[in-house]
Design a protein around this ligand. Sequence first.
Ligand SMILES: [Cu+2]
Length: 469
Amino acid sequence: MRVRKNAADLTPEERAAYVAAVIELRNRFPQLTGGGSDTVNWWFKQDQQHINGGPHQLPSFLPWHRELVNRFEALLQQVDPDITVPYWDWTTDPRATPDRTGRLVDLMGPDFMGAVEGDIGEPFLSLYDPQTSPNRDTYRGTDREERAALPPPHVRRRLPPPNRPGDVPINDFDWSDNPANFDAGVQVRNNPPAGLERYQPDDRALLDEGSGEPEPWQGFADWLYPAHSWAHRYMGGDIARADGHFSFRDPFVFLLHSNVDRLYASWQLRPEGDSREPAGRLNSARVYGSQATVPDMTRKMDPWSGGSLAVPPWDAPNQREIHTTDPDVVRPTLYDRYVYNDELCASWAAFLLGRRLPGGHIIQAVIELDTVPTGSTTFRLQLGQRCSWWKGLLVPVAGSDDLLLEVDSTSREAEATVASAGLRGGVLGFRRREWDFWPFSTVRRLAYQVGDLDIVPDASRVTFVWQQE
Ligand SMILES: [Cu+2]
């Protein structure tokens, strides 16, 4: 499993590979079930998917856009298996955003993300065409499929003077060159809708939204949405246009949405928080709270699920339906840095990077004793082919010897079931090439589903599964 990196940390080679893969998608077309290929190439398909399915100001905003970014990343990996979608830390100016060492890096310009003013130009000149049909931007109804196959006439930006988004007054945001949008922008400026009047320049404050409330996910998501809208408007031009969501024709949108997903993942992996809503954030039955049952969240996710809202290639019969509660949609993606760097999130990331952890480090798996089923719990350990440094998983059992799950070198898999009542709480850790539990009695929630967690070495996987009855 590869890790999504801060765009500021990409090497020149990684920048070039990412740009090349994005442009290559313009030359690739979806294969159709009935044979042949679609007329809309995989790059224009991003815009088309978003226009046809993308929910905004709705609860499914986060799961839907996560799925979109994941699918886009999978396409890029068909071009180059090492690529992940980098993110822009939107608390910083993309022209001067710190890398891991604190050095300020410019993400814009012809060697990476293109211009900050006017047409984005190189390296993405091939993603639009000023000579395209003038109707390209107005497609509606039955001909939208045909028009989606054409390049857009332009991809523009208009960043404000150098500043980080949180420090830019709303008056300075671009509302695009569309007069209707501009009017709308003036209206917004004079009478901001709920959420837009306050930008969250502090990621921790953003993750705190909803904490302790009856609906923590909703509380958080309701603030992440306007923070993301703010980032769109900060970039200006097409990525900021409100008249039909044209933002996914600008490649920068994936850096922005990779950051949306990073904040969402950080929220899910947040080690502390209100005791009523801890590790359930990784659990598809609990993460969304009562929002899980609203129609927007229970309907199948389009355009990928077939049916009337689908676009090729997902309009084929018997298309697999995608739902907001699918494990692939709930499971947070791996990032190099989460908002809470020092605790579970960082451990998770370090673990997945496959580094041998220093002796004092702890990998936490949060087990919430309140939610342990009355029956039994199954631990499963699976190793990939290149993984050789594991010994096993030590499961703490009260009143008897701890259970050591040792991996058989042939099957590379081990499984054991423990009566839940017998589980002793602890912090699951990695030490001396073994998994270990430390007694950890000051908090109640102790271990939980780490859930289908990929680890490096590549193809290795460890899964702790609560068997729910
Ligand atoms: Cu969107």
